[in-house]
Design a binder for this molecule. Structure first.
Ligand SMILES: Nc1nc2c(ncn2[C@@H]2O[C@H](COP(=O)(O)OP(=O)(O)O)[C@@H](O)[C@H]2O)c(=O)[nH]1
Ligand SMILES: [Mg+2]
Length: 431
């Protein structure tokens, strides 16, 4: 069984995989339904391995550290021994299952909508967005370059390369300075390992110039490669998916970042919802290949939920549900999707704080490099996309907490919130 874990950079994928593996390996895991779990040897698989030992050692260090930054894909394989099914005639032998968790960049899933967009339509929608007044500043260099191109610009390599460089710089700025997430193509911000293919050098451009023709051919090659990657053994074999998003971070960054995270989650969830359809199309295009398995369960997870108290975490899960179409009976994929609020490495405890004479449910934890406990109350989490009045009282800072101290090198698991409910949903038919 292969579970894909996806989310944009810093969403919390590495910490989640580390915590899942530690939880499944702890004695009495999932109410005793898992007897034993061991990280499987790398075997002959071409995918890089997820370095579980190093990531868990970081969390278990004194003082604890967050796991080092990772990028691109990696695979964590666990050999599980499950408690036997019991029949009236006696117990069956224990069952053995190989559970694989694939750490998959969410930036790559943002390319799903491109599969059904022509270069002209894609260019037009990207440029219209960049031309909006609130983004025009960040995009000025690139937009100026595109505007200065003659209507019949030649299919010139140097032009294509300069435009590409300016476009990638704009995407990077929109991510780092504006907190935006719907930035396409995702592989421009999270390149696959290995040397970049020459057709990666494109950018959105309107018109019918020879240059636009060259860029269109490159865009088409990019879309074809994206399609192939979705059919490849690494992604094609995924049959359950965790989509992780730092919604609290987006609420904190502000209305534009939040609206953008909403658009990105909406785009990814609708592309996944129609997966049945587009996979059939893709499969027929890629004749002679087996169609990939259809994803049977999707958990949409709001990460770092330990920044807010228990009362707020229900709202956080509801907000995630609202952003991914689960509240809408017309489009929800009955039973296949569910939303959760999870802290894979819980740093805080809940407590009641009296602010201006009013009790509020807050949290407290240690900041990185600080021995004392720090209190935090970022604000009320809305249970649906918030209206304008919400943004007049901005969501307060999210302190950089230190992970909780782990006894016994983490062999008993990592303190967490909501992880078991999420695993129970994903593994229901197995347990
Ligand atoms: N408070 C809190 N912070 C978290 C949690 N999980 C991740 N983080 C923070 O988010 C950062 C990025 O997490 P990481 O797993 O490396 O993200 P990735 O880029 O998606 O793999 C970490 O370094 C932590 O600072 C959590 O459960 N609680
Ligand atoms: Mg990572």
């Amino acid at each position: 069984m292969r579970i894909g874990v996806t989310g944009l950079a810093r969403a919390g994928k590495t910490v989640l995989l580390t915590s899942i593996a530690a939880a499944l390996s702890a004695p009495g895991a999932l109410g005793g339904r898992i007897r034993r779990a061991a990280v499987a040897p790398a075997g002959a698989d071409a995918l890089p391995r997820f370095d579980q030992a190093a990531h868990l050692a970081a969390l278990a260090a004194t003082p604890p550290r967050w796991p080092a930054r990772t990028d691109t894909v990696s695979l964590l394989a666990l050999d599980l021994e499950l408690a036997p099914f019991r029949l009236p005639t006696g117990a069956l032998p224990p069952r053995r299952v190989r559970l694989e968790l694939l750490d998959y960049p969410g930036e790559w899933l943002l390319d799903l909508p491109l599969l059904s967009l022509s270069f002209a339509d894609w260019s037009d929608s990207v440029l219209r967005r960049l031309e909006r007044p609130e983004l025009a500043d960040a995009a000025r260099g690139f937009l100026g370059f595109a505007a200065a191109l003659p209507a019949q610009a030649a299919a010139d390599e140097a032009l294509a390369a300069s435009g590409h460089r300016l476009y990638v710089a704009t995407l990077t700025r929109l991510r780092d300075a504006h907190g935006l997430s719907l930035l396409q193509p995702g592989r421009f911000l999270m390149p696959p390992p290995g040397p970049a293919a020459p057709w990666m050098a494109f950018f959105p451009l309107r018109g019918t110039s020879p240059l636009a023709g060259l860029l269109r051919r490159r865009y088409d090659a990019y879309v074809a490669a994206t399609r192939d990657a979705l059919l490849s053994p690494s992604f094609g074999r995924i049959d359950r998916l965790v989509v992780l998003a730092d919604l609290l971070g987006a609420l904190h960054t502000g209305p534009d970042a939040f609206a953008d995270a909403q658009a990105a989650l909406g785009a990814a969830s609708s592309a996944l919802r129609w997966q049945g359809d587009w996979l059939q199309t893709v499969a027929s295009l890629a004749a002679l290949r087996l169609p990939p398995r259809v994803i049977r369960r999707v958990a949409y997870v709001a990460s770092k939920a330990d920044h807010v108290s228990e009362r707020q975490r229900g709202n956080l899960a509801a907000l995630m549900g609202a952003l991914t179409g689960q509240a809408d009976a017309r489009i929800s994929s009955r039973g296949r999707d569910r939303s959760f609020a999870v802290a894979a490495a819980r740093c805080t405890e809940d407590f009641v704080w009296t602010l201006d004479g009013h009790p509020v449910s807050a949290v407290r934890g240690r900041l990185l490099g600080d021995e004392r406990l720090t209190r935090s109350y970022p604000g009320e989490v809305p249970d649906r996309p918030p209206g304008r009045e919400f943004w007049s009282h901005p969501f307060l800072a999210l302190p950089a907490f230190e992970p909780a101290r782990l006894p016994d090198g983490g062999r008993g698991g990592v303190p967490q919130i909501g992880l078991e409910a999420m695993l129970g949903f994903l593994l229901e038919d197995l347990l």
